[in-house]
Every structure is written in structure tokens, then in C-alpha cells.
Design a protein around this ligand. Structure first.
Ligand code: GAP
Length: 523
């Protein structure tokens, strides 16, 4: 058996069974689009956030960190355009009474055409073997050309309708493309209406509109309003960046696909402040830097791609997504946006406070332009887990039915770096040594002591959660002989077992689980 990557169903049940992700408030039948990270999930998520933070803040002299409040003055969201323009176009199906995003229904229709196109290509690949030239096939095959033409036309029409906020046109597209309700199969649609995605709440001591607060829909605005505080207090010169990790909230209507689209999620955003006119150069630079960062994580190049935005957000003059091939297809993982001086300019206008930077070299004052990189920590978690989790034939075994589930996470990201196990749990001398090792290593790494079953079973459990090393204390460890004072260290990926002196364990494991190597690969 070759390696089989987990499908979406397997991934979600694995995430629950092993304590990575749980449905929020499950005992009350759950709250949709809200999830809780379990004991192993929180460790993996923290490691991913650390990888992002260190590669941004620790490794760039000109990027500094920030942790802004979730609540901001309500005028923030007026200036940023979110009160007026942060909308999704919603449509109801009259028969099923289900509510959808009209643009997502149209995008799903395009994805179906793309599916047909990919099938055509796969068929031809099989037929022509090594002689197959995909570029030529795409340019010449009648069916493929037709599908490409259809996709192009629909995407163009959708982009124009979205940019113009033309809800009638979106409804017309549903009718023209004969798009049906995915649940009921009916095509009886209401008008399409704009729906603002921000959650609001009320300040305790001020009634009415005056006291209305929003839960931030992006972390970026906390950075913009602090631009001068940070610049002055850190004496940074342009270009420089501010990085932040924090929660964001959106009243998503199409909230499905597990932690891919949630109402409460975490963003890792970096705003890079630059001189106007240099945005194209920085846009390309950050595209390249961010792709390298993803590849260093161990995600293969064929699972990542750039996707230019057809429909630009109200603040951007250029935007691209880094898409990942999730178990349900290529979808946005990260956005890179050239935000011009839109945000700083708007805050300057509404607050009446200067947001200009005095350039000591050119002696000019100007509102900086901004290049933003924005990635969801939860989507990164999903991407990482979906690529890591697989079923494979046990290495070194001839029997193809002898398989195991294994999470091939980079050791620096693994929730547990090493599991320590006594070969016999009813042998006090062995148990004592194992516990001593655990109590020593826990000062350095996230380690686990486990004596709850037979050793083979314990190994399989650690494979399934991605633990790169299993340390076993056996009879040789305690008995007189050349192996006294040594333990076996089993490698998750090769299953090779190496005998190591107990006092050398930290030095053996340390460099392999250190984030330094991962960070260096991303440079
Ligand atoms: N500040 C720019 C901004 O917020 P965005 O493309 O709307 O841009 C950036 O969001 C990233 O945040 C996305 O690429 C995605 O990874 C993540 N994200 C957005 N909405 C999300 C949701 N509902 N659930 C989980 N992650 C989400």
C-alpha cells in the first residue's frame, strides 16, 4: 500500500479523537462555526504561531510586534470602510428556506466546471503517458478550451458585479447559469441582499448607537491606528513592519468546512509600511518570502499556488491569495494585499490626527503605503494537519495490510517532542528510570510519559499524533552489561531504533526539534 492522505471525514474525526479540535459547546449540540482546540491542538497551534512570529519579528530587524485590544473605537470601522463595505451578498432559496452567499454559489459552479476540465486533462494524461504536453493540450483541445472560456466569462462577470455591488446582476447570474440550491435542487431564489459581517455589542454605560462596539473583523486596524506610536517609540525608519497575532470575528453565513471558515478565528497579520511608489516591488518581495515560508514547513509545491484576486477589496490596488490544496480543493490560506494609503489616509481624515511620516533622507512628509500579509492560524493548522496525516504501510514490513496512521509533522511543530515509556509497567526499577527521564526532559521539551498499554500500541498512538521520538526504557537499561544506562530512541518516520545514553538524550533530541532549522529553511 502506498501512502494515502486523510480525507476530510477522517481528518475531522482524528482531530476530535486525539484531542486536537472539538466542536464548541458540543454537549448542547454545538455552536456552528466555533471550535475549541484540545490538549494537543493547542500545542500544535502555538508552535505554528511561534514559527510565524519568530520568522516575522525575531528574524527581521525592521519588523516589531504588537498586541492591540479587540475592542476599538467605533469610528475605526467607519474609517476602515467595514461599516459600509464589509458585506456579503446573501440570497435565500424560497423552497428550502436556506440562506447562501450568492458569490459562493457562483464560485462553486465554476469549481464544478474546473472539475470537468481536470477530468479531461487526467484522461488525456493517462492516454498519452510521458508524451503528454499539458500546456499544448489546454491550448488545443476543444472541450478544455470551452471549459476555460466558460470559467473566464463567469469569473469576469462575477468580479464586475462584486466590484459594482450589483446585486441584481448576481441574481441574474444564478438564473442564467441555472444554479440550484445544493440541498433541495430548487432554483427559486429571492433577491440578493448585502449583509454586514461585523458582530456588534453594546458598551454598558452608553445606550443606543453611541455605545455600539464591534468585535474586530481583522486585526490589521489595531496596527494602523498605532502606526505612529510604534514608529516613534521604536525609532523605526521606513520601510518597517508591525506584526500581530489575535482573534478576529466575522458573522459568516456560509460557515462550513470545519475550522476553515469560522465566526471566531485567529489571524496572523503583518503590515509593512513603505514609501509610496515602491508597492509593486514590495508586493513581489513579500509574495516570494511568504511562499518560501510555506514550503519550508514541508508543504509540497504542488499543494500551494498563487491566485490573483479578480475582485479587489475596497482597500487594495493589488491582491493575491496563497491557496492550499485542502481535502476539499484549492482554497485561500493567506492573502497578500497592497493596501496603498487607504487605511492611514482614512484614519487621518476621520480622526483629524496626522498619520504622516517624515522621511529623514528625502526630507519629505507623506502618508506611507502599506503591504499586508495576512494568514489565518486556523487555516494554517488545517493545512498542516491535512498534509501531515496519512495512512501508510508500516516501514520495513512486507505485508501491505500492515498499516499505520501517522502524522508526519516537522519535529519542531509536533505537539509532543518525545514520549517516554517503560517496557514493563510492573517492573518498578524500569518505571523509576522512565519517570526520571521524563521529569528531566520536561524542563526542555514538551514530553509525555505513557505506560497505559503494550509498547506496540503506545508507539502507534504516538505515530498518530506526530511524536517524532519514542524513548523506551527496557531491561538492558537497568541490567549490568554494555547497554546499562542506555535507552532506545525510535524514530517516527523510519522506525529505526538507536541506543542512546540517558545523559545524551537532550543533546540527541534538542537539535532535531529546534525551530531554528525550520526558521533557517524559510530564509
Ligand atoms: N486584513 C486582511 C484580511 O483580513 P482576509 O483575506 O479577509 O484579509 C485574511 O483574511 C486571512 O484570514 C485569510 O487568508 C484566512 O486565512 C483567514 N480568514 C479569513 N476569514 C476567516 C474565517 N471566517 N475563518 C477562518 N479563517 C479566516
Amino acid at each position: 500500500m502506498s501512502t494515502v492522505f486523510a480525507d476530510f471525514k477522517k481528518l475531522t474525526s482524528h482531530a476530535k479523537d486525539y484531542g486536537f479540535v472539538f466542536q464548541s459547546s458540543e454537549i448542547y449540540d454545538g455552536l456552528s462555526a466555533a471550535y475549541d482546540y484540545g490538549p494537543l491542538g493547542v500545542l500544535l497551534k502555538n508552535n505554528l504561531k511561534e514559527y510565524w512570529w519568530r520568522s516575522m519579528v525575531q528574524l527581521h530587524d525592521n519588523i516589531v510586534g504588537l498586541d492591540a485590544a479587540i475592542f476599538m473605537h467605533p469610528k475605526t470601522w467607519k474609517a476602515s470602510g467595514h461599516v459600509d463595505a464589509f458585506n456579503d451578498p446573501l440570497v435565500d432559496n424560497k423552497l428550502s428556506k436556506k440562506r447562501y452567499r450568492a458569490d459562493v454559489l457562483i464560485e462553486d459552479h465554476v469549481a464544478k466546471i474546473e472539475g470537468k476540465l481536470n477530468k479531461e486533462i487526467a484522461k488525456a494524461k493517462k492516454r498519452f503517458g510521458d508524451a503528454f504536453d499539458e500546456a499544448e493540450f489546454r491550448a488545443t483541445n476543444g472541450n478544455v478550451k470551452r471549459y476555460l472560456g466558460q470559467m473566464d466569462e463567469i469569473n469576469q462577470r462575477l468580479a464586475t458585479a462584486m466590484t459594482d455591488g450589483n446585486m441584481e446582476e448576481l441574481r441574474q447570474m444564478l438564473i442564467d447559469l441555472e444554479i440550484k440550491d445544493p440541498e433541495s435542487g430548487a432554483a427559486d431564489w429571492t433577491d440578493v441582499r448585502q449583509f454586514n459581517l461585523m458582530f456588534s455589542t453594546q458598551l454598558g454605560n452608553i445606550a443606543g448607537e453611541e455605545g455600539k462596539l464591534y468585535l474586530r473583523p481583522e486585526t490589521a486596524q489595531g496596527i494602523f491606528v498605532n502606526f505612529l506610536n510604534v514608529q516613534k517609540s521604536t525609532r523605526q525608519k521606513l520601510p518597517f513592519g508591525i506584526a500581530q497575532i489575535g482573534k478576529a470575528f466575522r458573522n459568516e453565513i456560509v460557515a462550513r468546512q470545519f475550522i476553515f471558515r469560522m465566526r471566531e478565528f485567529e489571524q496572523m497579520e503583518m503590515q509593512f509600511f513603505i514609501q509610496p511608489g515602491t508597492q509593486k516591488e514590495w508586493y513581489n518581495k513579500w509574495k516570494e518570502t511568504r511562499m518560501k515560508w510555506h514550503l519550508a514547513l514541508g508543504h509540497p509545491a504542488e499543494k500551494l499556488r498563487f491566485h490573483d484576486h479578480d475582485n479587489l477589496a475596497h482597500y487594495a490596488d493589488a491582491a493575491v491569495d496563497i491557496q492550499f490544496d485542502f481535502p476539499f480543493g484549492f482554497k485561500e490560506l493567506e492573502g497578500i494585499h497592497s493596501r496603498t494609503d487607504f487605511d492611514l489616509g482614512a484614519h487621518m481624515e476621520l480622526s483629524g490626527k496626522k498619520m504622516t511620516y517624515h522621511d529623514p533622507e528625502t526630507k519629505e512628509s507623506y502618508v506611507p503605503y502599506v503591504l499586508e500579509t495576512s494568514i489565518g492560524a486556523d487555516r494554517l493548522f488545517l493545512a498542516t494537519m491535512s498534509h501531515a496525516l496519512r495512512t501508510e504501510q508500516v516501514p520495513g514490513q512486507d505485508d501491505p495490510t500492515n498499516v499505520r496512521d501517522v502524522m508526519k509533522l516537522h519535529p519542531a511543530l509536533a505537539p509532543i517532542k518525545a514520549a517516554i515509556m517503560p517496557l514493563k509497567r510492573n517492573k518498578p526499577e524500569i518505571v523509576k528510570v522512565a519517570k526520571d527521564i521524563f521529569n528531566d526532559l520536561r524542563f526542555r521539551f514538551d514530553v509525555q510519559y505513557d505506560d497505559t498499554g503494550a509498547i506496540g500500541k503506545l508507539y502507534r498512538r504516538q505515530d498518530a499524533v506526530g511524536t517524532p521520538f519514542c524513548i523506551t526504557v527496557d531491561f538492558d537499561t537497568i541490567e549490568e552489561g554494555e547497554n546499562k544506562g542506555t535507552v532506545t530512541v525510535r524514530d517516527r518516520d523510519t522506525l529505526e531504533q538507536t541506543r542512546i545514553k540517558i545523559e545524551d538524550l537532550a543533546a540527541f533530541i534538542g537539535p532535531k526539534v529546534d525551530m531554528g532549522a525550520l526558521l533557517a529553511a524559510a530564509q
